[in-house]
Design a protein around this ligand. Structure first.
Ligand SMILES: CC(C)(COP(=O)(O)OP(=O)(O)OC[C@H]1O[C@@H](n2cnc3c(N)ncnc32)[C@H](O)[C@@H]1OP(=O)(O)O)[C@@H](O)C(=O)NCCC(=O)NCCS
Length: 158
């Protein structure tokens, strides 16, 4: 069976992966341990990569992960992720995390990240993935930005 010629980001997006913060998730400053948020971003982005590609995927790179503010005990982390662009076997997934006070519904942006996943076959070799077909202006902007980020990633690696 051949791969799909292309899929829109909405077909694989994760709209809301929720994680309730408890005291054992905190660092010595009593804010949420950054490694936990990184793992949440990685897991959520992996789901998007696997939905988009229909294949096993591995994290190849996390080239940008910005903590823009702390999250605290009792808040709910809400993780959103979508595929921005796909090339031959790799995909850039954008992730945004917000911290919500679930009593009031107020939420703050806490993390933004871009991760690159590669789809692999049973032998762990890169395998082709469908193209991304942007449908909205925002998706088109992310699609264009993803190419610039890939060019920068490749330049940095060489
Ligand atoms: C990711 C991996 C499969 C790439 O395999 P490889 O033989 O180096 O692949 P290639 O050089 O042929 O590149 C394949 C694709 O991966 C991309 N890629 C490879 N290394 C990359 C990196 N560090 N950052 C971003 N993209 C990368 C290439 O740009 C290429 O993309 P394209 O097919 O869309 O053009 C391999 O390096 C690997 O298995 N790494 C370990 C992954 C892992 O264990 N992750 C953590 C646990 S999930």
């Amino acid at each position: 069976m051949g791969i799909s010629p292309g899929k829109p980001p909405a077909a694989s997006a994760v709209e809301q992966n929720v994680y309730k913060v408890f005291p054992n998730d905190l660092n010595s400053e009593y804010t949420v341990f950054g490694g936990l948020v990184m793992a949440l971003c990685d897991r959520t982005a992996l789901i998007v990569a696997e939905r988009h590609s229909g294949q096993t995927c591995v994290t190849a790179a996390v080239d940008s992960l910005n903590f823009v503010g702390p999250a605290r005990a009792g808040e709910t982390l809400i993780v959103k992720a979508a595929v921005n662009r796909a090339w031959t076997s790799s995909m850039e997934i954008g992730v945004r995390v917000a911290a919500e006070n679930s009593h009031t519904g107020e939420s703050r942006h806490v993390v933004s990240a871009y991760l690159t996943f590669v789809a692999v076959d049973r032998d762990g070799r890169p395998t082709p993935v469908p193209a991304v077909l942007p449908e909205t202006d925002a998706e088109q902007r992310r699609y264009d930005g993803a190419q610039r980020r890939r060019d920068a990633r490749i330049a940095a690696r060489s």
